[in-house]
Design a protein around this ligand. Structure first.
Ligand code: NAD
Length: 488
């Protein structure tokens, strides 16, 4: 494709239906793809957080009283606006986030799919009339909005994660204050603009941007937020959970996508699954395959097969180029973390068989090639922490039970995968493994938008579920009970 021209976007906050950045300091947004400035955004403060929350509070009663059919009309228009702007949005996502243009278009489609889920979800919300011991009484139980939602997003899927929060929140009759990650504020701003164009009333969606430690902290501490919805790292998630104490929360946090290759696995299929799980969004996915547990009986054969698969399919380059399957990492902090994890593993005895260092010759220093590490052991940081880059560390296991135990001991519990030719064995494994999602003979990153998505309890990958109907019932609405005495 011809490379689209870089965007030049001047983002502002949206508070109570007014676009505003009066007197606020601004920050430039630099593209990880080209190193160019592609726009700027205001650094909102606690004062804008306060005004945005008040605007959401003020709009909550009226929006909560709209019928689901009125909300659905707006979602249909939002889908149509996103569809019309699909190419421009995908271009911005690629320039600002760094993923390939193909994946960026997929992200716009995912955002549209989340609106579809919200439409189905709110149309199908059911109430009940429960029996009463009193013949003249009727007990109504039905779902009502919770109120004001604070929704905070990460930078890895800036459009899709935002809609994943906003669509069910609005569908449930709540108003929203949204905060994007600073490095992808322009996508967040464009989404807010699309929703205004679709007819979301003033104050129902408010958009603020800036430093999470300033704006996010103010939003999550404030008692006017009835629900706090956060997708981001485990470390920030803990701060958010502490701030949101005693209020409803939905936390979608980190993971390391343990992928288990058993002794009877189809190694071609497993290698393809691991590479797909590792290079999607250049490894910057919460479900990315970042720890590969390989049975000793097939370890050497699998390592060889995997290296070949990487050579065949992991093409680092300009994300607008059709042949490219992996763009740059999004930011320097992430790239530095990948550097550090590899250095630590190599210092402790791991061998780099493919990749292993940033690729020179690109417009920025953020281009990290797909990397395979063998000889990975439990004392290495990469065995325990989320790397968030296209790195496949191969750790040897001697049994299926050992894999289950290593995953049990991990701080994460988001997504896992197992590869085996024996589907019964795979299903038994999936039933026992301590992750909220487990795939058999499919990569960790595989999901569908109507399926519940989230980590298992007791671990550091979060609580609650996004996607599909469960977010709407479990997080964005609550039950109301009304007892009516009909009289004699
Ligand atoms: P991050 O935790 O650094 O930031 C996430 C958001 O939190 C940003 O908008 C940031 O501005 C805000 N923030 C920062 N400090 C805050 C504070 N003190 N209070 C409130 N908000 C604050 O995460 P990131 O680097 O943007 O995103 C990557 C992480 O997100 C990875 O760990 C990844 O696994 C995780 N993630 C999880 C899922 C999931 O569904 N489980 C999906 C995508 C990403």
């Amino acid at each position: 494709m011809t490379k689209p021209a870089p965007p030049n976007i001047r983002a502002t906050a949206l508070i109570g239906g007014h676009w505003t950045d009066d007197g606020l300091e601004r920050r430039d947004t630099v593209s990880p793809v080209t190193g160019e400035i592609i726009g700027s955004f205001p650094l909102c403060t606690a004062a804008e957080a306060d005004r945005a929350l008040q605007a959401a509070r003020d709009a909550a009663r009226e929006w909560g009283a709209t019928t689901v059919f009125e909300r659905i009309d707006i979602f249909e228009r939002a889908k149509s606006v996103l569809h019309t702007k699909r190419d421009a949005l995908a271009t911005l996502i690629t320039y600002e986030q760094g993923k390939t243009y193909r994946e960026a278009r997929g992200e716009v489609d995912e955002a549209i799919a989340h609106f579809d889920e919200a439409i189905t979800g709110c149309r199908d919300l059911e109430g009940k009339i429960l029996p009463s011991a009193v013949p003249t009484c009727r007990n109504y139980v039905y779902r009502v909005p919770r109120g004001v939602v604070v929704a905070i997003q990460p930078w890895n899927y800036p459009l899709a994660m935002a809609v994943q929060h906003i669509a069910p929140a609005l569908a449930g009759g709540n108003t929203v204050v949204m905060l994007p990650a600073p490095t992808t504020s322009l996508v967040g701003f464009q989404l807010a603009d699309c929703l205004v164009e679709a007819g979301v009333p003033d104050g129902v969606l408010n958009f603020v941007c800036g430093e999470g430690a300033v704006v996010g902290d103010a939003l999550t501490r404030d008692e006017r937020a009835d629900i706090v919805v956060f997708t981001g790292s485990t470390a920030t998630g803990k701060l958010v959970a502490a701030n949101a104490r005693n209020r409803a929360e939905l936390l979608e946090l980190g993971g390391n996508g343990p992928t288990v290759v058993l002794d009877d696995a189809d190694l071609d299929k497993a290698a393809a699954g691991v590479v797909m799980g590792s290079i999607v969004n250049a490894g910057q996915a919460c479900t990315a395959a970042e720890l590969i547990l390989v049975h000793e009986a097939v370890y050497d054969a699998f390592a060889e097969r995997l290296s070949q698969e990487v050579a065949d399919t992991a093409v680092l380059g300009d994300p607008f180029d059709r042949a490219t399957t992996m763009g740059p990492l999004q930011n320097e902090a992430t790239a530095a973390k990948v550097d550090a994890h590899i250095e630590d593993a190599v210092a402790k005895g791991a061998t780099v068989t493919v990749g292993g260092a940033r690729s020179p010759g690109y417009p920025t220093k953020l281009y990290w090639p797909a990397t395979v590490l063998t000889g990975v052991t439990g004392d290495m940081v990469i065995s325990h922490q989320e790397t968030f880059g296209p790195v496949m560390p191969l750790r040897k296991i001697t049994s299926e039970a050992e894999a289950i135990q290593l995953i049990d001991e991990s701080q994460y519990g988001l997504a896992s995968a197992v590869f085996t030719r024996d589907v019964g064995r795979g299903l038994r494994f999936a039933e026992r493994v301590s992750t909220g999602m487990a795939n058999v003979n499919l990569p960790t990153v595989w999901s569908e938008y109507h399926l519940p998505f989230g980590g298992c309890s007791g671990k550091g990958s979060g609580t609650g579920r996004v996607q599909g109907r469960y977010a709407l019932t479990d997080t964005f609405t609550e039950l109301k009970t009304i007892i009516v005495d009909l009289g004699e």
